[in-house]
Design a protein around this ligand. Structure first.
Ligand SMILES: [Fe+2]
Ligand SMILES: [Fe+2]
Length: 256
């Protein structure tokens, strides 16, 4: 796991921005972090794997916290193919000159072989781009959940076991409904439940995702149960201009 911590705006809370490297016969970089963490991200990733050994760079979707160092990773890793899809190229080509001859288009539900295992691209239940695919590694049981399971944290080193259960449940709802997938309030709960089943029925040992600590053991079912009930929750009240005014007042410097 490659780790970055961002402070929440106006709250003593923290948000993880993770990406991941799968070490195997053909190493895979899974998402490429944010531009704000570029130097550290490159250092962290290439302390795990040699750039020339990287064979695949998998991008879950084109948001900047997932593609922030994609250009740099492609330049540093000449033997890597970029695992993306058609919609990602259409949406992101204004930011990145996609090297089409190095691209491998993998859609939701498709697989690709990385030498010693076959990785499954599977869209997670909560997502904020139509291009999104998670990634399941059947050899280790690790599922990359992308923006699903995102939660704020009370301290910059928190694990799931450190969280008060109510805080975690509220955090999952706040980020899912307020920052990632507000459309969940419109979905058919039965159809959505079937969609959640598709991911939950994988033989998952560990959920790794961009904006959460790793989720393991009994916490996996707890996390899916919360994700499953998101469409039936009441709409959230999100911070408005009055909150922004308070933040500005609290942080503004007096004129000298
Ligand atoms: Fe996203
Ligand atoms: Fe994200």
């Amino acid at each position: 796991m490659v780790h970055q911590v961002q402070e929440a705006l106006g709250q003593p809370l923290f948000i993880y921005l993770n990406s991941m490297v799968i070490l195997g016969k053909e190493p895979v970089i899974v998402d490429t972090g944010s531009p704000a963490n570029r130097t550290q991200w490159l250092e962290d990733v290439f302390s795990i794997v040699e750039p020339k050994d990287v064979r695949w760079i998998f991008i879950s979707h084109e948001d900047v916290d997932h593609t922030g160092n994609l250009d740099e990773a492609l330049s540093a890793c000449p033997n890597a193919q970029l695992v993306c899809n058609w919609a990602m190229v259409e949406r992101h080509t204004n930011c990145l000159d996609f090297p089409l001859d190095r691209c491998r288009w993998v859609a939701d539900g498709e697989t690709f072989d990385v030498g010693d295992r076959t990785l499954h691209a599977l869209r997670p239940p909560v997502f904020d781009s139509p291009t999104t695919r998670g990634l399941f590694d059947p050899l280790t049981g690790v599922y990359w959940g992308v923006d699903t399971f995102a939660t704020p944290l009370p301290d910059p080193h928190a694990g799931i076991a450190d969280l008060d259960p109510e805080f975690w449940a509220d955090g999952l709802a706040l980020f899912a409904l307020g920052a990632v997938s507000p459309w969940l309030s419109m979905v058919d709960t039965k159809k959505y439940g079937t969609f959640v089943d598709r991911t939950q029925s994988l033989d998952i040992a560990t959920i790794a995702s961009c904006h959460s600590p790793v989720i393991e053991g009994p916490y996996i079912d707890q996390a899916f149960n919360r994700v499953r009930e998101l469409p039936s929750l009441d709409p959230l009240v999100l911070p408005d201009q009055s909150v922004l005014d308070q933040i500005i007042a609290a942080t503004s410097q007096p004129l000298v």
